[in-house]
Write a protein that binds this ligand. Structure first.
Ligand code: PCA
Length: 196
């Protein structure tokens, strides 16, 4: 059974929960590892890499909140940039700097995002491939993980999740899904990743 490490983030900004952790914490089963990361540039990626070294997964699926999206969105690539209007949870503001000075401008997901999106859609849950993971902490972790895993054969992708139902009252008119549904989506993604 292929080992899979799932990562998620703590709540950030004004949110009290993060849909990514709400989904990941519901995941169970043989060969599943989980890690909760702080929303901090650099440190979150270092923590994930330390856990990859310890757990030795075959596959890494990172997850994060993308409030306002109307589907579950496996990402196609990470970019070599930190650029967001909001500071991270440690108060660090990055308005355009490279993650790895002189590194590749972008790194492709090594798990096929289309296969993940198809597996989630097959459960009747809205899913589509995303072309941008942004340039905040999610992308930062994604880029660091792909760099670290380059050449190891360990496959990885990042999945962004919409608001979950508990957050919906704070975001009227925006799309949301129950956390249980997001967990079903992640289970489908895990199965597809193991088959790939
Ligand atoms: N979403 C943010 C960072 C943490 C999270 O869950 C992002 O998309 O970068």
């Amino acid at each position: 059974m292929k080992k899979i490490l799932l990562s998620a983030f703590e709540p950030f900004g004004r949110e009290k929960i993060n849909p990514a952790w709400e989904a990941v914490r519901r995941m169970d089963g043989e060969g599943i590892g989980k890690i909760l990361l702080p929303v901090e540039y650099l440190r979150a990626g270092k923590m994930l890499i330390a856990e990859i070294r310890r757990f030795e997964p075959d596959i890494v699926i990172m997850t994060g909140q993308a409030g306002g999206r109307d589907a579950i969105t496996p990402e196609t690539r990470a970019v070599n940039s930190r650029n967001a209007k909001a500071p991270d949870s440690a108060g660090r503001l990055c308005l355009g700097e490279e993650i790895n000075a002189g590194g590749e401008a972008e790194l492709p997901a090594t798990l096929d995002p289309s296969a993940l999106a198809e597996a989630i859609s097959a459960e009747g849950i809205p899913a589509r491939v995303s072309l941008s993971a942004g340039a905040f902490v999610c992308n930062d972790v994604f880029y660091q993980a792909l760099s670290f895993l380059n050449g190891t054969g360990v496959k990885a992708d990042f999945i962004h999740l919409p608001w979950c139902s508990e957050q919906a009252p704070g975001h009227p008119g925006e799309f949301s899904l129950p956390a249980e549904t997001m967990a079903i989506a992640l289970e489908a993604a895990v199965r597809a990743a193991r088959e790939s």
